[in-house]
Write a protein that binds this ligand. Structure first.
Ligand SMILES: *[C@@H]1O[C@H](CO)[C@@H](O)[C@H](O)[C@H]1NC(C)=O
Ligand SMILES: *[C@@H]1O[C@H](CO)[C@@H](O)[C@H](O)[C@H]1NC(C)=O
Ligand SMILES: *[C@@H]1O[C@H](CO)[C@@H](O)[C@H](O)[C@H]1NC(C)=O
Ligand SMILES: *[C@@H]1O[C@H](CO)[C@@H](O)[C@H](O)[C@H]1NC(C)=O
Ligand SMILES: [Zn+2]
Length: 473
């Protein structure tokens, strides 16, 4: 039956309605209007779905990464302290340094204590320390120049004629560092322009044309889009180095001006990117990232950006070497490489613990001031400790540029023994405005000469952890 209804506005509808509806006398919706409402509801549903999907990518989902990362072996706190080591194994209270390490090893070797013998064997199983004399003859015509380089100290000048070189070699990672104590005693040249001013100028000059400041317009995306967070966002690398290779950008431009909250957010976004890429493509399961700050450290842009990778077959080169080292170590010694690295560094006083994470000054640094940060899995303590180390480099040591790499536990389903904990390696890269590169054929084809003393480096880092962890709690 057809009726004509008149609504308040006077619009006429000519529609068919069931008798029962009419009898109720309550009919307010005409069929057409109903269709419109259905459309609206469907649209709203779609909006909600899109919104939820967006939230999934942008709102912190702390469980996602963890739930797909099976744990590695639990790392334990070191059993031995430096105090124990000095009083029981060395039987004297001395200030440890890389320079006196060979002498300390000689005393340690002769200890009668069983536990000291055991840890000595663990140390010598990983590291070999070699000490070579390096004499020079300085003609009188050259004397004044050398004295000037050495800051005019007579004592240091006399020492310079009778130098010694210390090699520390890691038998499993097959890395080596050469250290000449007298090189470290040369006063540092003062740069023409104060380094902070140089960085501020660089930041100012590049801000207006920075692509990363306008990442939505001037960077590529992964096929799945971007991950955007409060203080960071991802962009696919325009010229990728692997199937999964993106950048994680801070959302502010200045290279040195980031807080702990911003820093942790940056790394959380990296983790979300790993999870997202892995979901897309589960064959890819080795997550890692690298970060160089400022051009002198190799960064192509002033704007801070992490490179994140998810690899298929193995970690990339140098990171894979540590995994291989751990595997070989386990086969040979039936012990955990990472745990033993932590323990021997800790008993020499080369480490600092922060919650579930530990930092140690590597005895075989890849470059100046190397700190290794390890935790069983990526967690807040790990990221905070990374932050304390990097802020110590920048604000306490005035080393304004750095390079770093982090290898994360594999996202696949390997046996627990084959998994690595998360570990980061962080080094400083010398004077920020210096034209000369700090990487040469020495680092590329031979060994490194990181002429910093790990025993000094850890003192600065420990202070930073004490100071900054108080500030943030
Ligand atoms: C940590 O200690 C526990 C208990 O002693 C042990 O089962 C585990 O293997 C240790 N972890 C490592 C990495 O050695
Ligand atoms: C040179 O240094 C070595 C090791 O420090 C020391 O044993 C030696 O006596 C020194 N020689 C001279 C001539 O000072
Ligand atoms: C992001 O910012 C909002 C608003 O300031 C805040 O409520 C939220 O906790 C922040 N999230 C993170 C991960 O910092
Ligand atoms: C550093 O960052 C803070 C807030 O994040 C901002 O207020 C300040 O202006 C920045 N300073 C520089 C030099 O960019
Ligand atoms: Zn920028």
């Amino acid at each position: 039956m057809a009726r004509t209804y008149r609504r308040n506005k006077g619009t006429k509808y000519r529609i068919r309605l069931p008798q029962i509806c009419l009898e109720m006398g309550q009919i307010t919706l005409a069929t057409q209007t109903r269709i419109r409402i259905w459309k609206l509801a469907a649209l709203m549903c779609l909006v909600v779905i899109v919104f939820l999907f967006y939230m999934q990518l942008t709102v912190p989902i702390p469980l996602t990464f963890k739930s797909i990362v099976p744990s590695s072996l639990p790392l334990n706190r070191s059993k031995h302290s430096k105090d124990w080591f000095l009083s029981i194994c060395v039987k004297q209270d001395l200030r440890l340094s890389l320079e006196n390490l060979p002498a300390v090893l000689d005393i340690w070797k002769q200890s009668q204590d069983k536990e000291c013998n055991h840890v000595y064997a663990v140390f010598r199983g990983i590291f070999s320390v070699q000490y070579n004399p390096a004499k020079i003859v300085i003609p009188s015509s050259f004397e004044s120049k050398v004295r000037k380089w050495l800051g005019s100290s007579e004592k240091v000048f006399q020492e310079s004629k009778n130098q010694s070189v210390i090699f520390v070699y890691n038998e499993f990672t097959r890395e080596q560092n050469t250290y000449n104590p007298i090189r470290g005693k040369r006063p540092l040249p003062i740069p023409e322009e104060p380094e902070r001013l140089y960085v501020d100028r660089l930041a100012k000059d590049t801000a207006s044309t920075c692509d990363f400041c306008q990442y939505e317009k001037f960077t590529a995306e992964e096929p799945f889009g971007r991950i955007i967070s409060n203080y960071s966002a991802t962009a696919a690398n325009t010229f990728k180095l692997d199937t999964w290779h993106s950048l994680v950008l801070t959302r502010t431009h200045h290279p040195l001006n980031w807080t702990m909250v911003q820093f942790v957010d940056l790394y959380n976004t990296a983790q979300k990117w790993f999870s997202r890429a892995h979901i897309e493509n589960t064959e890819y399961k080795f997550p890692s990232l690298i970060w160089d700050l400022l051009p002198h450290a190799g960064a192509s842009q002033i704007h801070p950006h992490l490179h994140v990778f998810l690899d298929r077959v193995r970690y990339q080169g140098a990171m894979e070497n540590w995994r291989t080292a751990a595997r070989e170590y386990a086969q040979k010694n039936k012990r955990d490489f990472f745990q033993d690295m932590i323990d021997v560094h800790a008993l020499l006083g080369l480490s600092v613990q922060y919650g579930k994470a530990i930092a140690f000054a590597n005895l075989v640094p890849k470059k100046e001031n190397e700190i290794v940060v390890i935790s069983q899995e990526p967690n807040e303590d790990f990221y905070k400790l990374l932050y304390f180390v990097l802020r110590a480099f920048i604000d306490d040591m005035e080393k304004l540029c750095f390079s770093s790499g982090v290898a994360y536990p594999n996202l696949g389903s390997e046996k627990i023994e084959d998994r690595i904990p998360v570990f980061a390696r962080l080094v400083t890269r010398g004077a920020v405005a210096e034209i000369r590169s700090d990487v040469s054929s020495l680092e590329l084809f031979a060994a490194t000469n990181a002429n910093t003393d790990p025993f000094e480096v850890i003192r600065v880092i420990r202070k930073s952890v004490e100071k900054r962890s108080k500030m943030t709690n």
